[in-house]
Design a protein around this ligand. Structure first.
Ligand SMILES: C[S@@+](CC[C@H](N)C(=O)[O-])C[C@H]1O[C@@H](n2cnc3c(N)ncnc32)[C@H](O)[C@@H]1O
Length: 245
């Protein structure tokens, strides 16, 4: 099967610049781990540079965009991690678990290859959606079947720590929620091309005409302008940390 990011991952690094505040949360959660496996590593975003990192990524397109000097990468899937039991101190997975064909198998595999801890950045499908879903309710329909419920992590891993990762108003990593305070961004096809949800929403440009009209008329500002004073907002992103030993 051709990895989906071979098609939708083109130009990923242009709009998906790792955000330093999110990076700090991920790196803090990795604790003292010296060896780290990054599962679904993509182009290398959020890989700490002060530890020994190995990347695992299925998509050739994404691997080719890894910058010079990035951690060594092995091509493969979370569901069948090509490393030995307990080979790493920690395993991390950032904005990837919803793409896996078998979430449970992927988590079991991370648990198998890591000795100390797992760190996973994901989205809580039970969290209230931010305003974009008022224009595109299809986002919710698309997310619900693929985003693992947060309780599922504890089912699989036992006790886990779940912390909210508020998204800065100038977030540099252009994922779906990054532009909550910059509504015009969603009208830009290049911004949408770097967000996997939009690849599945063929009718999005038509639905976004309403957003464009509301931005012109001031209706958006009237409804959502109260958020303009905020520096960050909790829109459902969660960092899940599990201690393994
Ligand atoms: C949104 S990107 C995130 C990439 C990177 N972690 C980041 O934060 O920029 C999702 C990544 O998950 C990868 N992926 C999809 N299915 C996967 C699977 N079954 N196992 C591991 N990675 C997978 C994709 O190829 C893609 O690189």
């Amino acid at each position: 099967m051709k990895p989906i990011y071979d098609t939708i991952g083109k130009g990923y690094t242009g709009k998906r610049v790792p955000d330093p505040r999110i990076a700090a949360a991920i790196h803090g959660a990795l604790g003292q781990a010296k060896t780290v496996l990054n599962v679904g590593a993509g182009t290398g975003s959020y890989e700490p540079t002060d530890r020994n990192v190995t990347a695992l990524e299925p998509s050739t397109e994404m691997i080719q965009q890894r910058p010079q000097g990035a951690a060594k990468v092995v091509q493969g899937f979370s569901e069948n991690i090509p490393f030995a039991d307990n080979q790493f101190d920690a395993a991390m997975a950032v904005l990837t678990v919803h793409h896996w064909t078998n979430f449970e198998a992927g988590i079991r595999e991370m648990q198998r290859v890591a000795k100390e801890r797992l760190v996973i950045l994901t989205f809580d499908p039970a969290a209230p959606y931010f305003w974009l879903a008022d224009y595109l309710p299809e986002i919710i329909e698309l997310d619900q079947p693929i985003m693992p419920p947060i309780a599922k992590f504890a089912d699989l891993l036992g006790e886990v720590k779940v912390s909210s990762v508020p998204i800065p108003n100038d977030c540099t990593d252009g994922f779906l929620g990054a532009y909550w305070q910059r509504p015009h961004a969603y009208l830009d096809p290049e911004v949408r091309a770097a967000i996997s949800t939009f690849a599945k929403l063929e009718e999005a440009p038509k639905a976004l005409q309403e957003l464009e009209a509301d931005l012109k008329s001031g209706a958006w500002e009237e409804r959502y302008g109260h958020m303009n004073a905020l520096k960050e907002l909790d829109i459902g992103y969660r960092l899940v940390t599990a201690e393994l030993s």
